[in-house]
Design a protein around this ligand. Structure first.
Ligand code: SF4
Length: 165
């Protein structure tokens, strides 16, 4: 599921979504791995109402806890309603995200659902970051330069300038 109303601006959201679609076509053509994609409606204005009170917090603080819980909770509900055996999150691959926190949110959500189990993940393990970079290089995938919300937007723009992009 692509459930990312946290991303700002909409052009960045569209860019990431199109890149995901492109990657999934490679997964099918090169690995015969057919991955379905569910995309929830984009509404950053609404999503941001919960984040704005914590706009000045550092990444990984309360704003992010709200952001993780909201997106994972909505995706978990979808998994339960649609008969999925397991739910997990790819966010654990991020160097900036604490897998212990994400997995503890996953276990909290599991306790609120009766059918879908939480699948513990730490995609940074076993050279997960390096494997991700190898895929990015192989397929020429877009690399995001900030987490995504409007409070990390300037950081992304600064990194673009540093990289001459
Ligand atoms: S920094 Fe990332 S995880 Fe934190 S609120 Fe922004 S988009 Fe969400």
């Amino acid at each position: 599921m692509f459930n990312n109303s946290n991303i700002y601006p909409e052009a960045e959201y569209n860019k990431r979504l199109e890149e995901l679609k492109r990657l999934l076509t490679y997964m099918k053509s090169d690995f015969n791995f057919d991955v379905g994609l569910v995309v929830t409606p984009y509404d950053n204005d609404e999503f941001d109402k919960d984040l704005a009170p914590y706009k000045d917090e550092r990444e990984g603080g309360r704003r992010c806890m709200i952001c993780y819980r909201k997106r994972m909770g909505e995706a978990y509900d979808y998994a339960e309603e649609n008969g999925f055996d397991y739910f997990t999150t790819v966010m654990t691959v991020s160097r900036q995200k604490n897998s212990l926190i994400l997995n503890s949110i996953g276990k909290e959500l599991e306790a609120k659902h009766s059918k879908t189990k939480y699948f513990y993940s730490d995609f940074k393990k076993d050279d997960g970051i390096e494997k991700g970079k190898a895929l990015r290089d192989k397929y020429g995938l877009y690399q995001q330069l900030c987490c995504g919300c409007k409070y990390t937007y300037e950081e992304g723009e600064r990194r673009k300038l540093e990289k001459g992009l």
